[in-house]
Ligand binder design. Structure first.
Ligand SMILES: C[S@@+](CC[C@H](N)C(=O)[O-])C[C@H]1O[C@@H](n2cnc3c(N)ncnc32)[C@H](O)[C@@H]1O
Length: 207
């Protein structure tokens, strides 16, 4: 890859800078070991929420709330973010982050539990945007749940990994991502692209 390309990628990552509340959530997320999304991914999530006018967003993997703050930043004022995490400490941090950023508590539903136990209780076709950033081994099941939860025209977003691009990487997590990518790409009911932001964002729109 040319040095110019690397510089352009790095420039794109820093093009939209996070606000103070996202910065704080990033710090807290790092402290808790919750791997918050970086700038490029956060800005892209905000953009996707705004572009789709997403009023009902489902997030799997709340962390300390960094990605949630980016999403809320792009959603309309009456949009509601539903977000699931199994770690109560992460959830507490996210709730504090949403409140500190001035989002009314009715704008967020922070649900405690394992995603695959919580998701089946959620309504079919009720979501405009589903964002997945949790256990990579469970991605195939999150995709199935996401496909069910999305309305027609809704958007599924999966955070990705640089490792997936290199066939030499054959650890279980990378292999699962590779299989998920292949499976979504082949589905007729989704239009898919892998966006090169951060470690990648797999975006699929439900036809
Ligand atoms: C990469 S972090 C999410 C970071 C967050 N999206 C952000 O940008 O701040 C992954 C999160 O998923 C949660 N998680 C992992 N496995 C889960 C599961 N099976 N169900 C629900 N949450 C899970 C972890 O507790 C962790 O907070």
């Amino acid at each position: 890859m040319s040095t110019q390309k690397v510089a352009a990628w790095s420039h794109a990552e820093e093009f939209v800078t996070p606000g103070a509340h996202v910065e704080e959530a990033l710090r807290h997320g790092e402290e808790l070991g919750a791997r918050p999304v970086g700038n490029g991914v956060g800005a892209a999530l905000q953009l996707l929420a705004a572009a789709t006018g997403a009023k009902a967003v489902m997030e799997i993997g709340t962390g300390a709330g960094a990605s949630g703050l980016w999403l809320l930043g792009g959603m309309p004022d009456d949009g509601i973010l539903t977000t699931i995490d199994l770690e109560t400490e992460h959830q507490r941090a996210a709730r504090d982050a949403f409140a500190a950023a001035g989002f009314a508590h009715q704008r967020t539903r922070v649900i405690a539990g394992r995603a695959l136990e919580v998701l089946p209780r959620m309504t079919d076709g009720a979501y405009d945007l589903v964002v997945v950033d949790a256990d990579r081994q469970e991605y195939p099941d999150y995709v199935e749940q996401g496909a069910r939860l999305l309305r027609k025209g809704g958007t599924l977003v999966l955070t990705w990994s640089d490792k997936e691009a290199d066939p030499a990487n054959r650890d279980p997590e990378t292999r699962t991502l590779r299989e998920v990518g292949r499976a979504i790409r082949e589905r007729d009911d989704f239009v898919t692209a892998l966006l090169p932001v951060g470690e990648g964002l797999l975006v699929a729109v439900k036809r």
